[in-house]
Design a protein around this ligand. Sequence first.
Ligand code: HEC
Ligand code: HEC
Length: 512
Amino acid sequence: MKKHWLYILVLASLVGCDSKKAAHVVPEHPLDPVDFESVTDLGGSATSKNAEPTSHGFRFPAPGLTSEELELHLKGDADFEANFSDDPHRPEFGLGPVFNNTSCMACHNRDGRGSLPVGLRDDRWTRLHQNEAIFLRISIENEEILSRLPSEENKYNAPVAVPGFSTQLFHLGSYSLREDIPGVGQAEVWMKLEKSFFTYPDGSKVELIKPLFDIRNPYDQTLDPSGNWISRLWESDVRTSPRMGMPMFGLGLLEAIPEEEILKQSQIDYSKEGVSGTVNYVFDVEKYQKGLSPARSVGRFGLKANTPSVLHQSLGALNGDIGVTNTFFPDESIKDTPLYSDYQSKNPNHKAIQAEDSVAEGLVFYSKTLAVPSRRNADSPQVTRGARLFQQARCTTCHRPSFKTGPSDVKTLSHQVIFPFTDMLLHDMGEGLADGRQDFLANGRQWRTRPLWGIGLTQVVNPRAGFLHDGRARTLEEAILWHDGEGKFSRDKFANLPKKDREALLQFLKSL
Ligand code: HEC
Ligand code: HEC
């Protein structure tokens, strides 16, 4: 693994830039870093003009789309909201036979993020049912898998499916899938909360919660000779990673950031702060279908930068999360498993590609072209002070304020100065946030820096939404307090601020 990183670094420095690692290299920044203080159009010309904070704050098409583009966006919007069905007589046929939810919108609540199930407690397990936005990615890991070098054969270190399952755990299924528990997918997922406390240097305490998971009733469970239930899912080499539905706006802009800018960012020496972001390189289905080799790109989307493009992520979700096959992902996600063979023998016609290309095209275009919300209260003195404290606490080493987009096939997204507050890189965020599961080159402690644009509207759009990869943080303050590993330096700076300065920093985040 180590060796491999070195290789990537060397390669990146050859291709990327000739920076000397020793000195503090200032990012080639279109604006001085502090200039984000007063900016309101965080998405450049693709910023929504509706500045009022409403529950529809994430739902505007990017201004500047042509009339044909707007039409495609609106078509995609309808499919994003459509409830897919496993009834072959309905137009939105294609759901299942296994899935995690029935529409894109159900996990991307009003184009924002999802939330933890209602009624989770720390003293009792609750079963994950319909319409939940969280699911588990799964895979197996052993020494051989962890030490492989990326190759075409291993899809550039793609997670390895759990035999008989896949790389995602589908807790829901079509009614006829399992005779023992109708409606359940590969297994049931149960959740509860674990509580802990963060204590500030001034002695005040904040309660933190973290969701825990338990997998029950997998379809392959059997009794072993000594009378214990066994399943491939419960073996010790299985890794799981909780993922919560993410906000949808501004994604076409992130896609248009030139690759070399992301590579350059990974070369900046932030060793003083203990920060060293790395690039994920992932399997790219578009390159693969065009026969390009290597079919691999810089990872940008997903919580571990585990997919390369809005297309790959969106159509992968259509296939996986909802179970609707499409031209880019033509195989059912549980193909080659006993669960599917059994289903197929009962439903022999369940084969064809289910989403028409026009549906896929609309979904991808929609996902690329939602406007970034406009900032609010940017000129309030408390917010301005908070912006400076954000910089002083070195939050900007990862939450890089701005990038300039390159060309995009959507004109209004091209050549824009944007303020996403992410470096698009992976960081070790410590044990408390670790999932312990590798995802391409991302290890079990790394996550991609979350963009902070629009974050102040999160709970206006979905009042129950939480922050971080599994939605555990009920407030922005909790989200900051979970930062550890490479984020510890900044987290400690934040924790050591007087309460009124912490409040100013939080007000700055709320203005985004
Ligand atoms: C069951 C819940 C669920 C459903 C249904 C779902 N998503 Fe997602 N979505 C997620 C999760 C969780 C992530 C993060 C995935 C990861 O990290 O691997 C995500 C990530 C994304 C992203 C990347 C966002 C970013 O900032 O990186 C896009 C784009 C996306 N989804 C589009 C879609 C589309 C389009 C659909 C419908 C076809 C859809 N999703 C259906 C849960 C869902
Ligand atoms: C070492 C890099 C790093 C530094 C420094 C850093 N962050 Fe983060 N931040 C991240 C990563 C990575 C995540 C996502 C973690 C996860 O999903 O579990 C994140 C998530 C967040 C979130 C939650 C975002 C969301 O959409 O759920 C907030 C808020 C946040 N950071 C604020 C801050 C603030 C404020 C500071 C400075 C005090 C800071 N961060 C410093 C890397 C960093």
